[in-house]
Design a protein around this ligand. Structure first.
Ligand SMILES: [Mn+2]
Length: 335
């Protein structure tokens, strides 16, 4: 089924049904939560009964998104006519929610990750989209669901979040057009920024202070890495979302092609968040370690000790970089 047909199929399902389960990936980001809220609030305004669920309570600052109090952590899913999974590249990324959601069919997969496994019964997957929020806007428009200020604010937040406040290379004219339309429909950019970014807790800066101490460069300074252990989080009094965008510090250093933020997620587990400045496809790099994502933003999780995991990653990164530099050289300096 191509994606145009996927949109019509989703519209039919939303029109015909009444109760819907909505979910996003574990350890959600702004795009995941805002997309869920935008679609959930629009369905509610149309007289439907959406149920928005997460594995864990929505952490700050995402809990300040309009409507976030309606997202619930539930043990048992109620009956529903369909499940919509947003911004999630594969079922594994649903964490503990995965098995509980798959009982409700059809399973609708709305996502923009290049590595999406097309796990749904209906897959609306377009990797050239800035954000899942941009795709949700299209669903809302095609289904003619009400699009008031709260929905507009969430779609704006999703696009702003995934484009790094309109800085990254996914800042397309389409993303900007949808963002502009959301402002016309009542989104207030200043207010969204203030809710999401301009009200950081002090703990975030304490955590950043510790993170910067760990900054290191590898592979002829083409790779910049920062590492956050669980101990650093607890000593800073910080939570996971406080490290959001830390990876931009090594990323925006001259000469860096691949930036990495390593975050300890359990006693012997580490999450690698990868960012590329264009030369390296970090989604492919992440896939070779069991993860996925976008060409310029991807990630994976490893079990074991940190030094081994880092060495394995650097070996693969070095190989990919050497290949890229070699091909650039033979191509006469173009790349
Ligand atoms: Mn996204």
């Amino acid at each position: 089924m191509n994606d145009r047909r996927a949109v019509s199929r989703i519209v039919e399902i939303l029109r015909a049904g009444s109760r819907f389960l909505l979910a996003t990936h574990k350890e959600p980001d702004v795009d995941g939560i805002s997309s869920m809220l935008a679609l959930g609030l629009a369905l509610e305004a149309a007289g439907k009964r959406p149920q928005m669920v997460t594995e864990c309570p929505v952490p700050p600052p995402l809990d300040r998104l309009e409507g976030a109090e309606k997202i619930l952590v539930v043990e048992r899913m109620g009956h529903a006519d369909a499940t919509l999974v947003l911004d999630c590249g594969d079922l594994k990324r649903l964490g503990g929610l995965g098995p509980r959601l798959q009982g409700t069919r059809p399973l609708i997969n709305i996502d923009h990750h290049a590595t999406n496994t097309r796990f749904g019964d209906v897959n609306f997957v377009e990797p050239d989209r800035s954000s899942t929020g941009e795709m949700v806007f299209e669903i809302i428009r095609e289904a003619q669901l009400p699009l008031g200020p709260a929905v507009a604010g969430n779609i704006f937040a999703a696009i702003q979040g995934d484009t790094g406040s309109f800085q990254y290379d996914n800042t397309s004219s389409r993303a900007l057009r949808v963002a502009a339309e959301m402002v016309e429909r009542g989104a207030v950019p200043w207010e969204v920024s203030r809710r999401m970014m301009n009200r950081y807790p002090r703990a975030r800066l304490e955590l950043l202070r510790k993170a910067l101490e760990t900054l290191e460069f590898h592979c002829r300074r083409n790779v910049g890495i920062m590492t956050l252990t669980s101990e650093m989080f607890s000593r800073a009094g910080a939570i996971r979302t406080d490290s959001e965008r830390f990876v931009d510090y090594p990323r925006f250093v001259e000469g860096v092609e691949v930036a990495v933020l390593i975050r300890q997620t359990a006693e012997d587990a580490y999450k690698f968040s990868l960012r590329s400045n264009g030369m390296v496809d970090v989604a492919q790099l992440a896939v070779s370690f069991g993860g996925g994502g976008h060409a310029r933003a991807a990630g994976f999780e490893v079990h074991g000790d940190l030094e081994t995991a880092k060495a394995a990653f650097l070996e693969e990164a070095r190989r990919v970089l050497d290949e890229k530099f070699a091909s650039r050289y033979t191509a006469g300096g173009q790349g």
